[in-house]
Design a protein around this ligand. Structure first.
Ligand SMILES: [Zn+2]
Length: 298
């Protein structure tokens, strides 16, 4: 989507010379009224790439590529129209106006920012809670699975409280109802009262590649069904596009990653020094998963 007014785009183009722009990438020689060089868009031995200073356009007689300075930058740098315009504006010494965001957009960004903060807060709260006497079932479970303290800290593994414990903590720390419900860590119970979405569960914060907490997985430690529950999609989280442990796996220098099924499989391997491991999150399709990995690695 073009975000700038056409008048401004024309002004920017009028303040640069296409010959100067293209000369930064292609050796140009003047022949009559035009300039010629070897085409950067196809392989050739004799120059069929021409630039007209007069018309401020380029054209290749070999491959047919052609257009103005903006298109040239887009093609050669493989960037979007807006990005190319930003480069040209800088060369033309023209400051681009700040893009105004609408009120709704600002509100959406504000809520999203708050939900990230709530997730971060909850991850810390659950993790601290793991060391409390009330977290006995969780402590016994991690002991049984032989998770050491470094692993518990690295993965910020935690234990969720009872009733509305998290909700009360969030309120105490100044978070508002609207943003708390947006995080979906608190839901409304049948009688309309706030109730924590995860109760008495072993908690696994799910982080994105920027190390932000975006969601949680919670494992039941008693007979509660289902055994695992995951956060639903929120303003910060889309199941299909994330993998558990990718924030850590990404930092390894291995050129492949191992995908396992569950959180505990990934964590156990990490504890054994195998760090290029991720776990698929339930409901994420294979196709989306591959896309996610590709985006990070390729
Ligand atoms: Zn060409």
């Amino acid at each position: 989507m073009v975000r700038y007014e056409s008048g401004l785009i024309e002004e920017i183009k009028a303040n640069v010379n296409i010959v100067d722009i293209i000369s930064q990438y292609v050796v140009l020689k003047r022949k009559g009224r035009n300039y010629f060089g070897l085409c950067p868009f196809h392989n050739e031995k004799s120059p069929s790439f021409s630039v007209s200073e007069n018309k401020q356009i380029f054209h290749c007689f070999g491959c047919g590529a052609g257009g103005d300075a903006l298109l040239f930058i887009q093609k050669i740098e493989n960037i979007s129209f807006n990005e190319a315009l930003e480069i040209l504006a800088e060369k033309a010494n023209i400051t681009l106006p700040k893009i105004e965001t609408s009120k709704e957009e600002q509100e959406k960004l504000h809520i999203q920012e708050k939900v990230y903060q709530i997730n971060e807060f909850a991850a810390n709260y659950f993790h601290k809670n793991l060391y409390n006497s009330s977290a006995k079932p969780a402590q016994e479970y991690v002991k049984k699975r032989k998770l050491n303290n470094a692993t518990l800290q690295n993965f910020q593994i935690g234990y969720s409280g009872n009733f509305d414990d998290l909700y009360q903590e969030l309120k105490k720390n100044g978070f508002q109802d609207q943003e708390i419900f947006e995080s979906k860590l608190v839901i409304r119970s049948k009688n309309g009262k706030p109730s924590d979405a995860f109760k008495r569960r072993l908690m696994f914060p799910i982080k994105d590649v920027k190390d932000r907490v975006i969601a949680f997985g919670g494992r039941a430690l008693d007979d509660s069904k289902p055994k695992y529950i995951n956060s639903p999609d929120t303003v910060c989280y889309s199941k299909g596009r994330n993998l558990y442990g990718l924030n850590i796996a990404k930092k390894t220098d291995k050129d492949f990653i191992i995908m396992v099924e569950g959180y505990m499989d990934a964590i156990s391997l990490h504890q054994r020094g195998i760090n290029n491991v991720v776990a698929s999150l339930r409901n994420s399709s294979y196709r989306e998963t591959v896309k996610t990995i590709k985006k990070i690695y390729i």
